[in-house]
Design a protein around this ligand. Sequence first.
Ligand SMILES: [Zn+2]
Length: 464
Amino acid sequence: VAIAAHPDLEQDLARVCRELAGRCQYLEIRVEESASTDFSFQGADLESLNQRQERGGDVRALVDGAWGFTSFNRLEDLDEMARSAIAQAELVGGGPVTLAPVPAVVKRLPAALVVDPAQLSLETKVERLRAKNAIVLGYGRPITTSTSYYQDRAARIWLATTDGTALYQERVDVQAGVVAIAAADGRVQRRSFTTGSSDNASLPALTEEAVLRVCLQCDGLTKAAKPKAGEYTVVVDPRLAGVFAHEAVGHLSESDHVHENPRMREVMTIGAELGVPELDIYDTGLVPGSRGALRYDEEGVAAGRADLIKGGRLVGRLHSRETAGAMGEAPTGNARAINYRYPPIVRMRSTYIGPGSASRADVFRGIKHGLYCVESLGGQTNMEMFTFSAGLAYLIEDGEPGELLRDVTLTGNTFKTLKDIEAIEDTMTPAESGGGCGKAGQGPLPVGFGAPHLRIREVRIGGD
Ligand SMILES: [Zn+2]
């Protein structure tokens, strides 16, 4: 059932902007319609199943350097909510805010989809995941159970601003994951595969082979030892390297964060040498299919490529119009909101480490005794310190990955680690995964990752 059309929506948004332009420094209105589906299996049981349609909007008003924000569900309330946002800003009061200038954008951007979620029936989606889930359940001991999930969301978003922008965009996000759970010797091991896409609801990466690999690895982990704690030369795979780029570098590059923190302002100086000369890290909305793909952000700013580290030096950071104005830099199209209930804040899109010059074999070559760390179970960063748990690891002896190891954590200082990179593979592998990024109560926000294999010396590994 489609939500009833609102034929005058675009004219209404433009009218409210026109009427209120004289009462504020800036005003933006977003209206969002979305359709979403999510379901999950626990073992063989389809445990949850939801389908939702939603419509709402928000208004953000800037008056004398103070922001007001309202969100609403009834379009009839638009005029009133726009006036409330202005009244709120007037009440709050604030310092001077300069929004970096951007060109007005008047465009309609339908989604360019490979497989539209609306094209697949609910039954097709459920049966596809059930089949993958059944591979885990059919594996046998030591795997005892599984969990699997699927989510999709398709949104239509209208944006109008007092700067003349009138933008219509469609966005799709799809993700799924399968987890194998094993119990042996009183210990539980989990191993998961997740993937996501912004243009393909059939999720071609979620194959039988990928699920079977997860089962074999989970089985292996029940028999695996922990590594001996200490410092190792480590090879990290594209998934772990991509998460590292996001967690350790990307979040530090978010300008709201940099701007508020004196220590970060000092470290994150443009031109500072932060990594080895071969290191490039960038954030972009321009990769089709990636979960961070974005053409225009929530402020109607083109979401192009933002180089963060180039040739080992800090060359840029991620901005909203407000942070770009405050720091005298160019906006980058990184103002995002998870939905209409939240104001946009500075967020990543898809964050990548660029390719280097080493072949895959060269990355491993010459490592006497090291670790190959694969995928991430999640990480924590505290300013420049990080801790990541690898999904699994292999002991490297004389350049060859061999014995499987479990419970491997990597810790260190981000800036030391960026200078301890010894080799960067010549191929960048996209590593789309499920989940998303959380910040300031807004999560999970779809983001993308990718990286080449990296070899890093002197990484501190937790273990026995
Ligand atoms: Zn994040």
